[in-house]
Design a protein around this ligand. Structure first.
Ligand code: AMP
Length: 215
């Protein structure tokens, strides 16, 4: 199954994608995670990503497309994937269609996770993730045992550089201008299933499973 988790920053795409990978036995492909990993090792490519990410702007398509195509070609994604944070532009969506078509696959569903703007800002600003194991917390909704320490591995918790309120607002503007129009692109093919993203994590997971017809 090839599935897109769609939604604005802070909608919970990453958290829900991680839960679905186990249930569906397909990997999560998150271009944001891949870019952060590249940035963490300090590569030239990582520095280019950082220039845009730290301002809350989308990374230009040419840089994203090759990164994504390489990931999709990996063995674990040969029978499907959950796309989290990709595509974000019309060019990326067309490239995804072409890449899947060449493998005789196609997007089956676009799960659009809907959350009001003010809640998204609160979610993003309260988000903390473990530097070591990547576990994600929220100071209010899913708090770690102590604000700086990971409950899973005792690693240090950090706030993403682009999770400040100002940057989240820029990311939301980018979403509205460049990404939200994709709902039309997929809507014309009747692929979009809206899901209410407000509520407990388990409840949202259940809604997503219902929306994609998985029990
Ligand atoms: P995310 O972790 O998906 O919220 O992405 C964090 C940031 O990485 C975004 O605000 C962009 O700067 C960049 N990014 C991630 N995925 C993409 C993409 N598909 N296209 C352009 N920029 C991206």
């Amino acid at each position: 199954m090839d599935l897109i988790l769609f939604g604005p920053p802070g909608a919970g795409k990453g958290t829900q994608a991680k839960r679905l990978t186990e249930m569906l036995s397909i990997p999560q492909i998150s271009t944001g995670d891949m870019m952060r990993a590249e940035r963490a090792i300090g590569s030239e490519l990582g520095k280019k990503f950082d220039h845009f990410m730290s301002q809350g702007l989308l990374v230009p398509d040419d840089l994203v497309l090759s990164l994504f195509a390489q990931r999709l070609a990996q063995d674990d994604a040969k029978s499907g994937a959950i796309f989290d944070g990709y595509p974000r532009t019309a060019t990326q969506a067309e490239a995804l269609d072409d890449l899947l078509k060449s493998r005789e696959r196609k997007i089956e569903k676009v799960v659009s996770i809907e959350v009001p703007l003010e809640e998204m800002i609160e979610r993003a600003v309260g988000r903390r993730s473990c530097q070591d194991c990547g576990h994600v917390y929220h100071l209010r909704y899913n708090p770690p045992p102590s604000p700086d320490v990971c409950g899973a591995c005792s690693g240090s918790l950090v706030q993403r550089k682009d999770d400040t309120e100002e940057t989240v607002r820029t990311r939301f503007d980018e979403y509205l201008a460049k990404t939200a129009p994709l709902l039309d692109y997929y809507g014309k093919r009747n692929l979009v299933v809206p899901v209410n993203g407000v509520g407990e994590l388990d409840l949202v997971t259940t809604r997503i499973k219902e929306a994609i017809g998985v029990s």
